[in-house]
Design a protein around this ligand. Sequence first.
Ligand code: SME
Length: 186
Amino acid sequence: MWNLEPLDHLPKPALYHQLAVALSHLLHGERDFLANAANTAALLFHTLPDLNWVGLYRWIEPELVLGPFQGKPACVRIPLGRGVCGTAAAQRKTVVVPDVHAFPGHIACDPASRSEIVIPLLVGTQLIGVWDMDSPKPHRFDETDRLGLERLMQILLHASWPDPVPLPEPRPLTEAPPHPHTRPGP
Ligand code: SME
């Protein structure tokens, strides 16, 4: 059982160090990405202060699709290049938005959100999805948050894809691979 408490009494570097240790333990031995993303969302939502939404959008070509999260129900599909999530996915770069009202094209799922950070999730060169976090406080996410959260996302990705090799590109199956017990022909 995990006894989760807000860690807002700690300075940010110590807070992110503790979270990195906690997340590594939480995900240890489990490779299922959606299960790991669900537990990551729960851990961050219950320990980091001033958040109203934390979770995953998966890249399912040609768009982002809602995955495990904590917070209010959210929009399900986001096209590449749209909103903060689609922008981070298209640029493959973390996007920090101090004031969502000043971000052209921001998609408002929860009207309480005032600032946001979105981190692209990459395995090798392959886009897996984006990690989205919203706050009801303007200017909630600074450079220390960006670095700390990017490190946590590396832990999430490494738990699910421990080998540092890119995933194979999806390709149509043309024929079934030979069964291992099939005897070779004459
Ligand atoms: N605000 C996001 C949409 C997702 S919700 O915040 C959960 C965006 O602009 O892409």
